[in-house]
Design a protein around this ligand. Structure first.
Ligand code: C5P
Length: 402
């Protein structure tokens, strides 16, 4: 089953309306699509649904409305706001909708809604007269103008016996609409390994040979692959970057360390993306003590490092292999040569040196080359580029794995 909510965290706010009795089913439907779900009840919502039922289906403790020292010592309102990829209020009563409009922070759910930077979706549920009331109409418009996603409501027979608009959408429809908001999940169930950053080849305990790779492109790709649903392993040389939060990051120093870390787990991977700027050579030996500057000249004998990407691509149980080629001239031709020489499925070529793209810059432009296609990804922020690149890599991967 396709799980479009893989790696997505849904913070479900349940407010005090009769439709709350459907929330355990909603939690199940979201989980079936791959989401992790954490529930917050508003005041009195527990009159309509048992917290224990929600705890059982979500597999997590349920938060009630109160913000006490005790509740804040666990996952407090700021942690919850940061934890989520989306806040979904379902059912959203007329009362909670009005409070969201005002930016009230009078209980846990409303406070999280004010504190969060992630999208908020609401599934209104109320009596048809209340839904058609002009205050509710303008509240909904206001929330919609603030980019709150309004899911439903449905029309039909209501719990109070009346007929009209205001019924909460069915849990299945809500879950599907939340999933379509992300439109990811294409790499759900897949494992992606990415190398990133420079390597450091020691000359002695304090000196070494390295390069200007910031690691930004590899880290952005790791984040993008995670967002697309993959289980990601990022093998990183020394960088100043903070690893993406939900990615398994392994820090290494030298090319040999990186090679070892890659081959420790290569067999379980579906896709390998070599972004690291691996040093081609390393000092034949590294001095145990700091080298003193007694001589007027010194030379360092260098030996070749293994080509990690080429070794992966020639491995008998190889994953789908993607390489990077940073070139200063005749970019496409050199990259195509590298694609063939290293036995790759795809190569992402970029122009470095003398321009505002490439090493250490926030933007990048890429030409993605396979044996029979060339795709231009124009200059853009490395995070946007990473998402587009992951989408392209996924397409090629799916074609070869059909
Ligand atoms: O041959 P070149 O260094 O230009 O190839 C670049 C590509 O090969 C990148 O994807 C880089 O991560 C990978 N590479 C590697 N191990 C090396 C050298 C390059 O994985 N020793």
């Amino acid at each position: 089953m396709n799980k479009p909510l893989t790696n997505k965290r849904v913070l479900l706010g349940v407010s005090a309306g009769i439709a709350a009795y459907k929330s355990p089913d909603l939690v199940r439907k979201l989980s079936e699509l791959g989401a992790e779900v954490e529930v917050i009840l508003t005041k009195n919502a527990d009159q309509f649904v048992a917290p224990l039922a929600l705890q059982a289906v979500s597999g997590r403790p349920v938060h009630n409305y109160a913000m006490t020292a005790e509740s804040e010592s666990g996952m407090g309102h700021i942690d919850l706001a940061r934890w989520a990829d989306i806040v979904l209020v379902a059912p959203a009563t007329a009362n909670v909708i009005a409070r969201l409009c005002q930016g009230n922070a009078d209980e846990l759910l409303t406070t999280v809604c004010v504190a969060t930077e992630v999208p908020i979706a609401i599934a209104p549920a109320m009596n048809q007269q209340m839904w058609q009331n002009s205050a509710t109409r303008s509240n909904i418009k206001l929330l919609s103008d603030r980019d709150v996603l309004i899911l439903g409501p449905d029309s039909g027979e209501q719990a109070c016996g009346e007929v009209g608009p205001g019924r909460m959408l069915q849990p299945e429809d809500i879950a599907r609409q939340v999933a379509s908001h992300f439109s990811t999940g294409k790499l759900a169930g897949r494992r992606v390994m990415i190398t990133a950053g420079p390597t450091w080849e020691a000359i002695d305990p304090v000196r070494g040979i390295t390069n200007h790779s910031s690691g930004l492109m590899g880290y952005a790709l790791a984040q993008a692959a995670y967002e697309a649903g993959a289980e990601v392993t990022l093998i990183s040389g020394p960088t100043d970057l903070t690893p993406p939060e939900r990615v398994n990051t392994i820090n290494v120093v030298s090319a040999l360390d990186m090679h070892q870390a890659v081959f420790d787990d290569i067999e379980s991977q579906d896709i390998f993306i070599g972004v690291a700027a691996v040093a081609d050579y390393r000092p034949a030996s590294s001095a145990e003590q700091k080298i003193k500057k007694n001589a007027d000249e010194m030379s360092i004998r260098m030996v070749k490092n293994p080509d990690i990407l080429a070794d992966v691509a020639c491995y008998s149980k190889r994953p789908f292999c993607v390489g990077f080629a940073a070139e200063t001239n005749d970019v496409v031709n050199y990259a195509r040569g590298k694609l063939e020489r290293k036995n790759l499925d795809l190569i992402a070529a970029n122009h470095v040196g003398g321009t505002d793209t490439g090493f250490g810059t926030p933007d990048n432009a890429i030409t993605l080359i396979s044996s029979d296609t060339v795709t231009e990804l124009p200059k853009q922020n490395k995070f946007a580029l990473a998402r587009n690149l992951v989408a392209e890599i996924t397409k090629h991967f799916q074609t070869t794995n059909q």
